[in-house]
Design a protein around this ligand. Structure first.
Ligand code: ZN
Length: 473
């Protein structure tokens, strides 16, 4: 209860965090894990106050709330307003009034800093949940604006909401993870793709969605699968009397960023969280957008009530191909050798792929500076890349370009990794976030060529699956 699983497999399920927290109330710490239970790093769930949701008044966590075992702090944490508002004990009200005023002004500054509309600042938290609830109940926007305006005025907050702001706030709530839209999987397409490529249907997930947000939905579904894998790995390790610490490697890119965020949120909902070690599979690629570096995803896992260790990869994104193995294996560079030496400890690897024909792919964009390299790779039959390692329709690229990406795993190593017991490679194949083109052409060899079976689970959108079937015919 109270976790992602509960939001389950329905067509468009939506649950607010507030709803979910009630299910978790009053639960104690984790169970020490001999055999089955995993050791929770967390202890009492007072720490589980979901304070790190962006813009939800995180600074307020634990403010005047008994933080151990109350189980109610999540709602308080989610409330950008004051924790004492609902308590009508008037003396206490007066006593905390000034405090609240100061708190509000601090919050206002915080919201302004983030570019949020300051007059709406007190909306974040429980009123935002209220707007979502009314919207999902089918109440018209104008009426929601009126209802919530009245609610705010009753609390002494003088804000008049309008119809347009209702939409903005719902979108904002979704971004904060207050509710999720989870399209169903298309079982028929899963079966057809699996049959066409001789794979187990169980390993292929086709998200029955298209449109603008499809990438989010593919990431959402992948994160749910990874969440299950995390607990599966932890349980198996505990059963083997090993430390139930799960090591997860994250690739660069906007798709993995989405998965990492949803995964961290999903973990936060759980009562027991295994210890985690997060690895960066590559260094960052985009100097103008460091938010897509794997290291920057580590931030989502900060403050999880468990032990979290990090293993970054501090290398240049590209090095001369002829020096590569010397650079990674022989030269002792701090931040590089260490990452490489620990790569086989990884349990779950999350990555995506890119098509050679899509000019928005990171590798393609990087090589644009060296046109001769693109021409060479194209001549050799470059069709796609995983972890910036290019491949053709029949196997790994037979020849290197003049430069190559620094990445923990070569393609053949990924194939070995995916074939090992209790190791998982989650491969995401949504459409390009820029042009919307599917990556079916690049995915096809990964499904059909054994030397490119770099995955154990693949998640794709409906259009990609349909293209895969057309290509087979
Ligand atoms: Zn594109």
């Amino acid at each position: 209860m109270g976790n992602l699983a509960r939001r389950g497999s329905g067509t468009e399920t939506a649950g607010t965090r507030e709803d979910m927290q009630t299910a978790d109330k009053g639960t104690g710490g984790g169970t020490g894990g001999e055999g089955k239970g995993i050791e929770a790093g967390g202890g009492g769930n007072g720490r589980r106050a979901d304070g790190n949701k962006e813009g939800t008044g995180a600074a307020h966590v634990g403010d005047g709330i008994g933080s151990e075992g109350t189980g109610s702090c999540r709602e308080e944490a989610g409330n950008g307003n004051s924790s004492g508002t609902e308590n009508d004990g008037s003396e206490r009200e007066r006593g905390t009034g000034r405090k609240r005023k100061r708190h509000r002004s601090r919050q206002k500054k915080k919201y302004e800093k983030r570019g949020l509309h300051p007059p709406l600042a007190p909306m974040y938290g429980r009123y935002l949940v209220e707007i979502c609830r009314q919207f999902l109940a089918g109440i018209p926007r104008g009426q929601i604006a009126g209802n919530v305006t009245k609610l705010l005025q009753d609390k002494g907050i003088n804000i008049e909401l309008n119809r347009e702001q209702v939409y903005q706030l719902i979108e904002h709530a979704r971004k904060l993870g207050y509710f999720v839209l989870r399209p169903p999987v298309n079982e028929e397409l899963q079966q057809l793709v699996a049959k066409a490529y001789g794979k187990r249907p169980h390993d292929i997930t086709v998200v029955d969605a298209d449109g603008r947000a499809v990438l989010d939905e593919v990431a959402e579904r992948a994160a749910v699968i990874v969440l299950d894998l995390v607990y599966d790995v932890a349980r198996k390790k505990a059963a083997e009397h090993r430390q139930p610490i799960v090591e997860i490697a994250l690739a660069a890119g906007a798709t993995t960023m989405r998965v990492a965020k949803i995964l961290a949120d999903g973990l936060r909902e759980r009562r027991c969280i295994p210890g985690l070690v997060l690895h960066a599979l590559t260094p960052g690629f985009k100097a103008d957008d460091p938010s897509t570096d794997p290291v920057s995803f580590f931030g989502y896992f900060h403050n999880l009530p468990t032990t979290v260790e990090y293993m970054a990869l501090y290398a240049p994104p590209m090095v001369e191909s002829q020096d590569y193995f010397k650079y990674c294996n022989e030269a002792r560079y701090g931040g590089v050798t260490e990452a490489f030496s620990r790569k086989w400890e990884i349990d779950i690897l999350i990555t995506s792929l890119a098509s050679a024909f899509d000019t928005h792919g990171d590798l393609r964009r990087f090589l644009e500076l060296r046109r001769a390299d693109i021409d060479l790779l194209m001549e050799l039959g470059w069709i796609g890349d995983v972890q910036y390692r290019p491949y053709t329709a029949t196997g790994p690229m037979p020849q290197e370009a003049s430069v190559r990406a620094v990445t923990l795993f070569e393609l053949y190593e990924l194939v070995n990794f995916a074939g090992m017991r209790n190791k998982h490679v989650m491969l995401l194949s949504g459409p390009c976030g820029k042009c919307g083109d599917t990556r079916a052409d690049a995915l096809r060899p990964l499904l059909s060529v054994p030397q490119l079976k770099v995955w154990t689970d693949v998640v794709m959108d409906r259009e990609t699956a349909e293209s895969l079937l057309v290509q087979v015919k």
